[in-house]
Design a protein around this ligand. Structure first.
Ligand code: PXG
Length: 456
């Protein structure tokens, strides 16, 4: 079969039998999916031989890039020795023990214990159960409500989607479940109005205090937030936001949960985003970069403050997944962390790649379509707007973003559209030349998008 026929055959069977996540199946059936065939470093190849620069590191996860033989060998070695065994019923195995020990070294503060899951969503479900059990154990079962933010993404299971603040997700399935309350997000570009970023940072942080006071501190269990919202649109909070939130949490008896599924493992130039912002989370949920996406794995880091009462008084924690601490996933994650550590990749990102990327990314500010080109660590967003000064949006929100995303793909670049924000989060191993290539392709795609917008 030649490439074209093979592609058509795969597309046909895909649309007939494969139900995709976050996809309009009717639209997909008309167009057929792009079939990705192989990958190396930061590049992907589709079934027709087109090469794409993967500006999204898969889905914010392939931090080491594709094709690292050490990870493949680690999986193969572990599968030969012990492909699977569970961690229920008082058993364990070396890979999960080694990984837990390594994570205890890497995570900030006294986050010393790790519950393993298969994904970030499962990690956030676990967090919810841990938090509520913690307060029960302390004799405060009424401390149940979890505060989260509008437009946050915490995953797709019922609990994780409820914690998330995505209205479209809630609307489809009667979510959120009870006792989850959403507060304002620190998205100055979209919601800051006439306020300065500082005024807006203060206002959105204060929303947390106001909500806790409104509900009563005795009803609030925890606040969950990503250090930087990823899927929401790379929302970098104003500088005063986190210091203010930290102060509010410290003055009140609630737990703070950092969702580091995207920010963890070097994305912001430190091992965890909590270190970038000097946060002191009681729990951290993590996934994605923990294994560079080579195998599915998530985890919850538990501080001693949370662990001790649970150990002393809660008895059995009735929660767990068949694949909690899967040995092959753990072995691959361990190898991933070893490479990140030994090749000093997180340090290189912080000291070299991020300054280079930030400078290059900010040059896109001069483009007529770009209202803001912001970045933090190796994450960037471009706000596409018809009028830079007013930050006003296009009428048919999301359409220009989709056009730009498709043009990026035509130009060999995977860039994600979140409404009319264009997002990148490339593998941490991206080189300076590859950053130049990413920017050049992005600029070309923006030029073509502008042409189309004018034409419309
Ligand atoms: N928390 C955060 C902060 C995430 O970004 C999850 C939890 C859930 O993880 P799992 O492993 O269950 O998917 C995520 C996942 C996108 C996109 O289009 C983002 C995610 C997943 C899928 C798509 O930006 N983030």
């Amino acid at each position: 079969m030649n490439n074209k026929h093979e592609t058509i055959d795969l597309q046909y069977r895909d649309t007939a039998h494969h139900w995709h996540p976050f996809t309009d199946t009717r639209k997909l059936s008309v167009k057929g999916p792009r079939v990705i065939k192989k990958a190396k470093g930061i590049y992907l190849w589709d079934s027709e031989g087109n090469r794409l620069l993967d500006g999204m590191a898969g889905l914010w996860c392939v931090n080491l890039g594709y094709g690292r033989s050490e990870l493949i060998d680690a999986a193969s070695r572990q599968m030969k020795e012990l492909p699977y065994y569970n961690t229920f019923f008082q058993t364990s195995h070396a890979p999960v023990i080694e990984l837990s020990t390594m994570l205890a070294h890497l995570t900030p503060g006294d986050l010393n214990r790790f519950f393993f899951t298969g994904s970030g969503s499962e990690a956030n479900d676990t967090v919810m159960r841990l938090v509520r059990t913690y307060w029960d154990t302390l004799g405060k079962p009424e401390k149940k409500t979890i505060l989260a933010r509008h437009n946050a993404y915490h995953g797709s299971t019922v609990a994780a989607a409820s914690l998330g603040g995505m209205q479209a997700m809630h609307a489809q399935s009667g979510l959120p479940i009870p006792d989850i309350v959403h507060i304002a997000q620190p998205y100055w570009f979209d919601e800051g109005g006439d306020l300065s970023p500082e005024e807006f940072g203060f206002r959105t942080a204060t929303a947390l205090a106001d909500e806790i006071d409104r509900l009563g501190e005795n009803k609030v269990a925890a606040f969950i937030a990503e250090p930087v919202q990823g899927a929401g649109g790379v929302i970098v909070p104003p500088e005063n936001y986190w210091p203010e939130v930290k102060r509010i949490c410290a003055e009140r008896d609630i737990l703070f949960i950092a969702d580091e599924v995207i920010c963890g493992f070097g994305r912001l130039g430190r091992w965890f985003g909590s270190q970038t912002y000097d946060l002191k989370p009681d729990l951290i949920s993590m996934a994605k970069g923990i294994s560079s996406g080579y195998l599915p794995l998530g985890a919850v880091a538990i501080s001693e403050k949370v662990a001790q009462p649970l150990i002393e008084r809660a008895g059995e924690f009735f929660h767990g997944y068949t694949y909690s601490g899967h040995p092959t996933c753990a072995a691959v994650a361990m190898e991933n962390l070893r490479i990140l550590h030994e090749e000093r990749i997180v340090e290189r990102v912080r000291e070299h790649t991020v300054p280079y990327f930030q400078k290059a990314w900010s040059t896109l500010t001069d483009h007529p379509l770009v209202g803001e080109a912001r970045s933090i660590g190796l994450m960037g967003a471009l706000e596409l707007v018809p009028d830079k000064a007013s930050r006003k949006r296009f009428d048919n929100i999301g359409q220009v973003g989709e056009t730009c995303r498709d043009l990026c793909l035509d130009n060999g670049l995977v860039m994600r559209a979140v409404r009319d924000s264009m997002i990148v989060s490339p593998p941490l191993v991206i080189t300076d030349e590859q950053i130049d290539e990413l920017i050049e392709r992005a600029r070309k795609s923006l030029d073509l998008t502008l042409k189309k917008v004018k034409h419309r």
